[in-house]
Ligand binder design. Sequence first.
Ligand code: FAD
Length: 499
Amino acid sequence: MADYDVVVVGAGNAGMTASAAMAKKGLKVLLLERHNIPGGCGTSFCRGRFEFEVALHQLSGMGSPEHPGPLRMMLQELGVIDDLEFVEIPELFRAVMPGTIDVRLETDKAQVIAELQRHFPGEKEGIEKFFDLAFQFATQMLSVFYFKDPDASRDKYPILYEYAFKTCREVLDSFFSDPLLKAVVSVYWGYIGMPPDRLSFAYLAILYFSFIEFKAYHVKGGSQAMSNAIVNKFLSYGGEARFHCGVRKIEVANGEVKGVVTEHGERISAKCVLSNASPVATYLQLIGPDHVPEQVHVEMRGRSLSMSGFTLYIGLDCEPGELGIRDSTSFIMSNTEIGEKVYDQMRKLHVEDDLLVLSCYNIADPDFSPKGTTELNLVTLKFGEPWLRLPPTEYFREKYRSAENMMRNLERVYPGIRDRVEELEVGTPLTHMRYLGHPAGAIYGFAQHMKDSLFFQPGGGSPIQGLHLAGGWSGDPGFQPTLEAGKAAANSILKELGA
Ligand SMILES: Cc1cc2nc3c(=O)[nH]c(=O)nc-3n(C[C@H](O)[C@H](O)[C@H](O)COP(=O)(O)OP(=O)(O)OC[C@H]3O[C@@H](n4cnc5c(N)ncnc54)[C@H](O)[C@@H]3O)c2cc1C
C-alpha cells in the first residue's frame, strides 16, 4: 500500500492549491518544498524593517464579492477567502516616457478610451474601435474556452476566429498609426514576456478585459500572506507539508510513477505525483531521460525558455507622496520599440533602455510597510543565459551596474528618489534560478510564442501513468492562471483515483 495518495513536488501557487483541493476531498497528500517557506514566486523576504514582495504586482481575476471573478470563486471554494483581505487597485497603470508622454489609465473602459483620445486626438476613432474589438474578442473567447460553448463556430464567434492568431502588432497596425500610441497600448506585454511583434493579440485583449471587468487587486500582507493561508488551509484539511525538503528523484517503473526520493534520501511511495517544478527539471533531472517517452523530448525540444527578471527591491524612508508617487503600477518607457529590438535587448546582460515596471504597494495599502516608509519593486525582463555565462568574479560588479542604470531611469521620473533609499536588494536571473529551480531562472515558464500561446497549451497530463504537472510551465504563467491550474490538476487526479 502506498504511503500517500499523492506527493506534490513544490509549494508554488499550483502545488499549493492542488494540495489544498485534494486534501479537502479526503486524499492523503504530502507537499514537499525545497525552500523554507511556501509560495515559489509568491513569497517575501526581509531586509531591515521591510518585508519585500517578491513577485506580485497586480492580481487578476478577483472581482468584488458582489461581482466575483473566477479566482475569487476558486479561493472561496478552497475555503481561504475569509482568511485574506484583498485591496482593490484603482488604476490599470501609468505609462510614462519622461519628456514624451505621461498617461494614467483607470480600470474603466470609458476612461481608458477618453484618456488615450486626449493624448492622441488624431487617433480618436481607432482608439474606440480597438477597445471595442478587444472586449468583443475577450467575451467571445470566454464563451468558447471558459464556458465551453459546444456550438462554437466561425459564424457564431466571427471576431474570435478572425483575430485568434494575429499578433498584437498586426492588430495595433490596423487601428493606429502613431508608434507612441502603439507602444502605450501594448505596454502590458511586460506581464507576458513577449514583445508585441510576437505576442498573441489574445493576451492583450484578455488583460484589458480582465483588469477592467474584474479590477486589479493586491493582497494585504503580500503574496506571502496568500501562500501561508493556502498552506494553512491544506494542513487544516489533514494534509502534510515538509519544507527544506526537496525531491531528488521521482521513481518510475514500467511507465508508471511509484513515488519520490527526497534530498535527505527518504523513499516515499505514492499513487500519483504532481510536479510543480518545470517539465525540464521534472523529466530530465527528477525522472531521468531513460524513463521519459520520446514524445516528451520532442515536445520540449520544440519550445524555448521564457525570460527571467531583474528586480530592484527598494525601501524608502519617506511616504510615496513626498516624491510624487501616486500610482500603484507604472510602466517606465525609454522608447517606442515593440519589435525585435526589444527581444534583442532582453538577450543582453545589461539593463539599459529596457521597459521597467514599478509597483508601489503603499498606494493601495498604506500599511504595506512601516509608517513613514514606502516599498517599491522595480522589475525588467532579462534572459538568463548571459548571466549564466558571466564569470563568478564579475557577478556583483555587473549586477550593480544594471541596478545603477535602472535607478538612473527611475530618477528621471522621480527626481531625488535615490536620496530616500533606506534598503535596496537586487534580484538577477541567477537569483530566480536559485530560489525556484527553473532553468536559466525563467519566470514565465516556456516562452509564449504564437505557436505555444494559450490556444496550444500542453496542459498538465503526462504519458507516464500517475504523473501530473501543474504551474506556469504547463499552462499560462502568472498568479491567476497558476492558482487555477492547481485546482484543475487536483480535479484530474481526483478523477483518476476515483475520489
Ligand atoms: C519577479 C517576478 C515577478 C512576477 N510578476 C508577476 C505579476 O505581477 N503578476 C503575475 O500574475 N505573475 C507574476 N509573476 C509570475 C508568477 O509569479 C508565476 O507565474 C507563478 O507564481 C508561478 O507559479 P507556479 O505554480 O508555476 O510555481 P513556482 O512559483 O514556479 O514555484 C515552484 C516551486 O517548486 C519548488 N521546487 C522546484 N523543484 C523542486 C524540487 N525538486 N523539490 C521540491 N520543491 C521544488 C520551488 O522551490 C518553488 O517553490 C512574476 C514572477 C516573478 C519571479
